[in-house]
Design a protein around this ligand. Structure first.
Ligand SMILES: Cc1cc2nc3c(=O)[nH]c(=O)nc-3n(C[C@H](O)[C@H](O)[C@H](O)COP(=O)(O)OP(=O)(O)OC[C@H]3O[C@@H](n4cnc5c(N)ncnc54)[C@H](O)[C@@H]3O)c2cc1C
Ligand code: SF4
Length: 507
């Protein structure tokens, strides 16, 4: 039996489906689970809230069109900062392929130190480094993870690496899920050449070949269960005016796997009256708060030419900081330059002389999701004192690397602060800048329905099974028991693979 992707945008009337396993969410984790189960002979249906877009379609879009069509809330989702913390702009995908469509392709395994903590101190013995090794190898093979050659580095990354070498910061080549990358720097808006093996390119064809039926424009609202046994899910088709909720969606299934991502999975459980027993649902979310620094050079940089993310530094790993190369679209670089109107226009030609580097923090679990009246989520983030103390170090290191490479000025992610030259930077007291002035973003929400060894502190068991409900699983970024300190897609896919293999009795 061959599967297919069905768009329910134009359907009239309710949709009722029967299957063995329904997977909610078609992102990095959902597509992995669906494929692994289908390849073992399970009848699988995948429900996805967003649209299905083929690479040749997103190749034609401008970045602003991509934001509108396949980013959640047009990329304007916010976790509100509490207690003087910065508010965090949280970005996610909303499409068949989920956030996987939008990645820079960066693939890190979950660091051994993190897995050792999970297995030794949190009691998650199945996640010990040696046990996860074959799982990582399996996912890396499916994704064709490869090292980015130095020849594909953008000038932006080359300049930062030169500065990093001068201040004694080690740099390493990045590993990415790509085949035949052309270095066009558009990864965050969907790879126009299908060179990035996002799950719509890597897993989806195998899933369809094994009979998986994917339905787009299907928003799941809650899980149906009878007694302690799951019966399926229900929600709405997004077939109303302007894509608003319309007709009823009912899927009857013996097994339900929630893989709607760390932002959305807790809401489905919450509306179903499930997962609240230990008070962990929606709590302990981590974000990997991230900051980028721009360096303005005298020479043309044109950082958009080259692999988007090609190198990283673990030189501050002991401080819980990872630095990674990146580039942002010229329009966004321009928006960060000073001035308004004609004064701003004078700076716009500088865009091609700007280099960019970014850093993220291996953060404490201080995010929280609320679902007032079953709606939401509304998110808050109260950055810990330890993480706040790390930010000035992160900014200082990136700025020093840029100056060491010859930057004329740096632009720090601080609201209201213009670009500073080396002298002005030397006078800045970074640790005195109030945290709420930091411009902070996240592409990595994790851990809002954590796994653990007891229902008193975790929402799911180590195999992703929701406590006390037969046949209900969670397998996405929400089950992570801590932040990872590195980009998480490969880690999430490995954990999802392990959960699928456990369902199949393979481990
Ligand atoms: C711009 C950007 C760049 C990134 N770059 C990298 C990178 O280079 N390397 C890396 O490791 N990580 C990167 N990430 C992070 C990575 O993509 C995510 O961590 C990963 O995809 C999360 O997997 P997931 O399955 O938990 O959720 P997602 O991949 O987000 O999938 C969840 C899916 O569920 C759907 N959904 C939600 N609610 C419902 C509902 N009620 N009903 C039906 N469907 C629903 C969503 O629409 C979405 O498609 C990036 C993320 C972004 C946004
Ligand atoms: S840089 Fe490579 S992976 Fe990224 S969009 Fe271009 S071809 Fe695709």
């Amino acid at each position: 039996m061959t599967g297919a992707v069905h768009s329910e945008r134009e359907r009239t009337g309710p949709l009722r489906i029967d299957c063995h396993t329904v997977v909610v969410g078609s992102g990095a984790a959902g597509m992995v689970v669906a494929t692994e189960l289908a390849e073992a002979g399970t009848d699988v249906v995948v429900l996805e809230e967003g649209p299905f877009v083929r690479p040749d379609e997103y190749a034609r879009w401008r970045p602003s069109e991509s934001l509108r069509h396949v980013w959640r809330d047009g990329s304007l989702t916010v976790a509100f900062g509490l207690g003087g913390s910065p508010s965090v702009n949280v970005m996610m995908g909303r499409a068949v392929g989920g956030s996987s469509l939008l990645t820079g392709g960066v693939c890190f395994r979950i660091p051994e130190s993190v897995l050792a903590h999970w297995s030794r101190e949190l009691g998650l013995s199945g996640y010990a480094p040696h046990g996860m090794e074959p799982v990582f190898e399996h996912v890396e093979r499916r994704l064709s993870v490869e090292e980015v050659p130095a020849s594909m580095r953008s000038r932006s990354t080359v300049l930062f690496a030169e500065g990093a070498a001068r201040i004694g910061l080690p740099m390493h080549p990045m590993r990415r899920n790509t085949v035949g990358c052309r270095g066009c720097g558009r990864c965050n808006f969907g790879c126009p050449h299908a060179a990035k093996t996002s799950v719509d390119v890597s897993y989806l064809p195998a899933a369809l070949a094994h009979g998986v039926r994917v339905h787009s424009h299907c928003r799941v609202e809650r899980v149906d269960f009878e007694g302690t046994r799951v019966r399926g899910v229900r929600g709405r088709l997004l077939n109303g005016p302007c894509g608003r909720p319309g007709d009823l969606l009912v899927v009857r299934a013996a097994r339900v796997v929630l893989a709607a991502g760390a932002w959305c999975t807790p809401g489905i459980l919450y509306r179903s009256g499930l997962g609240r027993r230990g008070g962990a649902l929606g709590r302990y979310m981590t974000l990997h708060p991230a900051f980028r620094v721009f360096g303005l050079f005298d020479e043309p940089v044109r950082g958009w030419q080259g692999a988007l993310q090609s190198a990283y530094s673990d030189g501050l790993e002991h401080e819980g900081i990872t630095l990674t190369s990146l580039f942002v679209p010229p329009g966004i670089v321009a928006a960060a330059l000073p001035g308004i109107g004609p004064a701003h226009a004078r700076h716009v030609p500088d865009v091609e002389r700007v280099a960019v580097f970014g850093g993220l923090i291996h953060d404490d679990p201080v995010g929280r999701l609320y679902h007032p009246f079953g709606r939401g989520p509304i998110a808050t983030y109260r950055m810990s004192a330890r993480d706040r103390a790390r930010v000035p170090l992160l900014l200082d290191t990136m700025a020093r690397a840029f100056f060491a490479a010859g930057a004329r000025k740096v632009f720090l992610p601080v609201l209201g602060l213009p670009g500073v030259d080396a002298d002005a930077f030397g006078r800045l007291e970074l640790h005195r800048i109030p945290a709420r002035r930091w411009e902070c973003a996240s592409q990595h929400p994790l851990g809002s329905a954590q796994m653990g060894t007891s229902p008193t502190h975790a929402v799911v068991d180590p195999d992703g099974k929701v406590w006390d409900v037969e046949g209900l699983y969670v397998a996405c970024g929400s089950v992570m028991p801590t932040s990872l300190g590195v980009n998480p897609q490969l880690g999430i896919m490995a954990v999802a693979t392990r959960i699928a293999w456990r369902m199949l009795g393979r481990l």
